[in-house]
Design a protein around this ligand. Sequence first.
Ligand SMILES: *[C@@H]1O[C@H](CO)[C@@H](O)[C@H](O)[C@H]1NC(C)=O
Ligand SMILES: *[C@@H]1O[C@H](CO)[C@@H](O)[C@H](O)[C@H]1NC(C)=O
Length: 259
Amino acid sequence: MNTQSFLFIFFLSLENPVFSHEDFYQVRACCAFNGPNFNNIEYTIMTSFNKQNMMQYNSTRGNWIGFTQYSHDNSYYWNKDPADALQRVLQKKLLCYDNLHHIRTMGNLSTTPTIRIKSLIKPDGRHPALLICSAYNFYPKQIQLTWLRNNQQVTKGVTYSDVIPVGDLYYHFHSHLEYSPAPGEKISCMVEHLTMSEPRVVVWDDSLPKKEKTKIVVGLIGLILGLVILISGFIYHKQKSAVYNSICQGHHREWWPSD
Ligand SMILES: *[C@@H]1O[C@H](CO)[C@@H](O)[C@H](O)[C@H]1NC(C)=O
Ligand SMILES: *[C@@H]1O[C@H](CO)[C@@H](O)[C@H](O)[C@H]1NC(C)=O
């Protein structure tokens, strides 16, 4: 990939068969947006049967290819059919071009969270200590915050706030950790957000009150990486939120073999 280009891929993947004992057929349509102005759009469709890839359409290449003998023959006929070609052009317009505005807006708006850990109750031997990890001023809303104790995820004593809207554009999010400190241990707060290529880990340092502040990085790299996270973000959040559904398309149905 050209370093100056974005590769934005959205997809909706409905991977859980409704009836898991049945065969299923899956179609996954993707728009990839390349170039600084997202003006280079590639539309791809992958069809699969029980997770075996069957046929792929690629708008750059402009045709279908098949991965099995049957779908190879099928591709041959579909590629000769002008009605099919027209349908692909219309789909590309509907799914990719008509959503370009949303994608641009999302790229423009996304903001990396500022992350801070503070002590609310200091340990004194009698009651446990209480820490708060806060993520400030981020967009979009989807965020994942995890407490780590010696790099292991902690679930006990952890509570989460709602994701709190602040003004029109930003969100805040907080999590508390109640724990009994042990000497030499390392407590940290890990935040995952689509603007960051990898989770950001902020380590709690007892000795000096930290003003841990992450810079807001919005730029080419941020956007490229951001979308990579958005892909996983989307998969992760697809149950919880429908935010990205409008950009994507997928079909999934059981398959009845024709007699
Ligand atoms: C689509 O085809 C083009 C040209 O052959 C190729 O560069 C690109 O990687 C293909 N895209 C996908 C998703 O396979
Ligand atoms: C995104 O930002 C660019 C450059 O600042 C601007 O030209 C464009 O209109 C913005 N797009 C949207 C949808 O806000």
